[in-house]
Design a binder for this molecule. Structure first.
Ligand SMILES: Nc1nc2c(c(=O)[nH]1)N[C@H]1C(S)=C(S)[C@@H](COP(=O)(O)O)O[C@H]1N2
Ligand SMILES: [Mo]
Length: 381
């Protein structure tokens, strides 16, 4: 032990940038980023996996709702990267605290911080890799990212409770009990905080254009550019990747099940009243783009099959395997006049990668549920 506590261990940190005041300053911004990320993440999770009682009640408006919340989710997650790195750098001298455990309570508190750090790094790293569509792990992303988010939220609450007195001391500009700015709040701390703010600004401005299209030409660090793809719209899974072969016009049939099931050919679909809508694809992976769609109202098809007004609808793709071949929607989406089985995109027939011959497009809905290559609509009672 004495050897350990020699000249080199534990190391001594003299700088003031590792103190509670800096930790609080960065921590509140990191906390804000995590709070926004958590809430928008829950919105995304429960629109994709609604509990049974809510599945038929999800709102189809505002049209841009999911685009907004998911854009914020990815932007706040990306902003958390420099904030988390700065926060960890500020507090890392605590790793060398001596003795490492002073009491049972202190040991438990340190364990909860270890959990908080592990969960934070895990969430930010897996989320970031997900936006790049790179899955270098064996687990399924969605349930694990969701479960660890709750671990993070719980350990963060505990951390805030334990640190409440110190946070209170350092939250405002003034030191406790004085009216003056603390003397140690000198240029070093200001420089560090300015650098962190600049880093957050830089990563935000160079990525947010993937969903906030006015900034699309600044997307230096974003994995997607909203204009890159056939018909001016990105593609997440191509027809080839989904295993959907060439679909022949003459042999295509759309089946609509319900009290009066019906089957339509592509020419019959083209002959039905066509409607035009402007709606975004908002991918959970962080890119989104508005487009001009033309097609048949899902509500018209449901009426034709005699589906009751309150029915939920299952949309089934011609794709034979893969997680996204089936999606469901509640009656608000199914009956929304903007919900179409689209035949055309930006003035042209859909290309195979965008779901030829027909794909679903509905307002306020995650991209992953905008089913492509639709072969069947099922009215569920
Ligand atoms: N059948 C089927 N539909 C699908 C998918 C899929 O893999 N299979 N991917 C979804 C995802 S994740 C998104 S973001 C959108 C993207 O649509 P786009 O490729 O036309 O832009 O399609 C959705 N529809
Ligand atoms: Mo997606």
């Amino acid at each position: 032990m004495d050897v350990m506590r020699s000249r080199f261990f534990p190391p001594v940190f003299k700088g003031r940038l590792h103190d509670a005041r800096t930790a609080t300053s960065i921590g509140r911004w990191l906390g804000l980023a995590f709070a926004v990320c958590f809430v928008t993440g829950l919105v995304s999770h429960y629109t994709q996996h609604p509990p049974e009682w809510a599945a038929n009640g999800l709102p189809s408006r505002p049209v841009w709702g999911y685009r907004f919340t998911q854009g914020l989710h990815v932007a706040s997650g990306i902003a958390a990267v420099p904030l988390l790195l700065a926060k960890l750098w500020t507090v890392y001298p605590r790793l060398f605290e001596w003795p490492p455990v002073r009491s049972v309570l202190h040991g438990l508190e340190r364990l909860s911080v270890a959990l908080l750090v592990a969960a934070s790094v895990f969430e930010v790293a897996t989320g970031l890799l997900n936006t790049a569509q790179w899955y270098p792990w064996l687990f399924s992303f969605v349930p694990v990212h969701h479960a660890v988010a709750w671990l993070l939220a719980g350990s963060l609450m505990l951390h805030l409770a334990v640190k409440a007195p110190r946070i209170r001391d350092h939250w405002s500009r003034r030191s406790p009990g004085t009216l003056a700015l603390p003397a140690e709040d000198g240029p070093d701390r200001r420089s560090l905080l300015t650098a962190v703010a600049a880093a957050v600004g830089a990563v935000t401005v160079t990525t947010v254009g993937q969903s906030f299209t006015p900034l699309k030409d600044l997307t230096l660090l974003a994995p997607r550019h909203p204009d890159h793809g056939p018909q001016g719209l990105p593609v997440n899974r191509t027809a080839a990747a989904a295993g959907v072969g060439a679909i022949h016009d003459g042999r295509y049939r759309l089946t609509v099940s319900g009290p009066r099931p019906c089957t339509l050919t592509l020419d019959e679909l083209r002959a039905l009243p066509q409607h035009e809508v402007e709606l975004p694809i908002a991918c959970v992976e962080g890119w989104s783009k508005s487009a001009h769609w033309t097609g048949v109202r899902v509500a018209d098809l449901l009426d034709r099959a005699g589906a009751p007004a309150h029915a939920r609808v299952r949309v089934v793709s011609l794709q034979t395997r893969g997680g996204y071949r089936v999606s469901e929607m509640g009656h608000e989406h199914a009956r929304d006049p903007l919900t179409l089985l689209a035949l055309r995109l930006n003035g042209e027939e859909l290309t195979p990668d965008h779901g030829y011959p027909v794909r679903l497009i509905a307002p306020n809905r995650p991209g992953v549920l905008q089913t492509k290559w639709v072969g069947r609509l099922e009215a569920l009672s």
